[in-house]
Ligand binder design. Structure first.
Ligand code: CAA
Length: 396
């Protein structure tokens, strides 16, 4: 398969390595993840065993070079694997996406050689769990208004961090965290800096775990910093670079969430297809009724449109690796459309299933709940529209 996008001379080619990866991921998803998805959704426990197995396969650092413990593959490999894992269980794909794009990508792009070896390798191999912490109780979409602070000590050796972060995916279990906090509040977004946090040090406290509607096996919590002493060498990039690092990393993250949304939509769509073929009403399979056929046609069309937009974003990210160009627009478009597609498709799939779709006996209600977060995290649909429109208008 060769995909060429009009905006760039690059093409996407599904290589033998991609095919091998897909086969291995589908096998793991079918044998290890699908069978436990319902149980972990019910309990809300973190699926550490299967996450470790995914790590051993290289799925926690797909684009991370071999030298830092990763699989050394490209962005197409990342989205193909994300789609398959999300199809099996969205929670696993959330944990995978944070490790790959929100954690590893930022350190690879902005970190020193020492930081990459020390902090990327254990995450890319799946030995440890990573997280990304930007949001605060009073600072979500308006990410630059954070109240947490990092102050350099008089010896100039450590930043002393105080404050409260919220909605941190993998917060309850993370070993390492890329944290964004204010070093110069008077400078607004140019006063934010990024730090790599080791969570086994004093002054780091895990806060309340969030009870959630969906992706229940992916743990989310508050984090509290009380005079946490972060060594100066753990600053990521330069002082004041934090906001741009956070936004650059979210561009990569949003492609991952788009792929996750597509995977959830595909799972719901396949369930709906099967049900529409089998379920009899008024003397024939319900799939023979035009109202069901219209749903199927609209679901399939939006799924394929999402895939095309995700591939377009993948091409833009590959181009960025060559010339450093931004792919903010392509990532936001893909995330916006794929997450809204996941909402539409899971809702229609539930409707096609009727009462059975509403029952916990089938996974369709889980797909419906899991899809909801993709329109919220890593930038709400409203933020994506803001990013897209500002980009088009050239206004902020
Ligand atoms: N890449 C590089 N630089 C960027 C950028 C990007 N994608 N986006 C903005 N910038 C730069 C701008 O160029 C600008 O730089 P200059 O001042 O030097 O020109 C600077 O950053 C400020 O940009 P804006 O004026 O556009 O910033 P803003 O304050 O108006 O915010 C926003 C824009 C798009 C709304 C942004 O705040 C945003 O994306 N908010 C949503 C945050 C978000 O996604 N949060 C989710 C957190 S993660 C999560 O969900 C939890 C989890 O664990 C998964």
């Amino acid at each position: 398969m060769v995909i060429a996008a009009p905006a760039t001379p690059l093409t996407l080619t599904l290589t033998e390595e991609h095919e091998m990866l897909l086969t291995a991921v589908r096998d793991l998803a079918a044998k290890e993840i699908m069978p436990i998805a319902e149980k972990f959704d019910d309990s809300g426990d973190f699926p550490m065993d299967t996450i470790k197995k995914m790590g051993a396969m290289g799925l926690m650092g797909i684009e991370v070079p071999d030298a830092y413990g990763g699989a050394g593959m490209d962005t197409l490999a990342y989205v193909l694997a994300m789609i398959e894992i999300a199809k099996a269980d969205a929670s696993h794909s959330t944990i995978m996406s944070v490790n790959n794009s929100l954690y590893c990508h930022g350190i690879l792009k902005f970190g020193t050689e020492d930081q990459k070896h020390k902090y990327v390798t254990p995450i890319a191999t799946g030995e440890k769990i990573g997280a990304y912490s930007l949001t605060e109780p009073m600072s979500g979409s308006d990410a630059a208004t954070m109240a947490s602070r990092a102050v350099l000590n008089t010896a100039g050796t450590h930043y002393i961090i105080n404050g409260r972060k919220s909605w941190v995916t993998s917060g309850p279990v993370a070993d390492l965290i890329v944290l964004f906090t204010m070093t110069s509040p008077e400078k607004g977004n140019k006063g934010i800096s990024a730090f790599i946090i080791e969570t086994d040090k004093s002054g780091f406290i895990r806060g309340k775990k969030e009870p959630k509607l969906g992706i229940r096996a992916s743990a989310t919590s508050e984090l509290v910093f009380e005079d946490y002493a972060c060594p100066v060498e753990n600053m990521l990039g330069k002082e004041g670079d934090g906001f741009k690092i956070a936004m650059t990393v979210l561009d990569a993250g949003r492609i991952g969430i788009a792929a996750q949304a597509l995977g959830i939509a595909e799972a719901a769509y396949e369930a709906a297809l099967g049900y529409a073929r089998e379920r009899q009403a008024f003397g024939s399979p319900i799939g023979q009724f035009q109202m069901i056929q219209q749903k199927i046609a609209d679901m399939k069309t939006r799924i394929e449109a999402s895939r095309a937009l995700i591939y377009n974003a993948v091409l833009a990210k590959e181009k960025s690796k060559i010339d450093g160009s931004r792919y903010t627009l392509e990532a936001s478009i893909a995330k916006l459309f794929a997450s809204e597609t996941a909402a539409f498709v899971t809702d229609e799939a539930l409707q096609i299933h009727g009462g059975m779709g509403y029952s916990k006996e089938l996974p369709v209600e889980r797909y419906y709940r899991d899809a909801r977060i993709t329109r919220i995290y890593e930038g709400t649909s409203e933020v994506q529209r803001m990013v897209i429109a500002r980009n088009e208008l050239g206004l902020r």
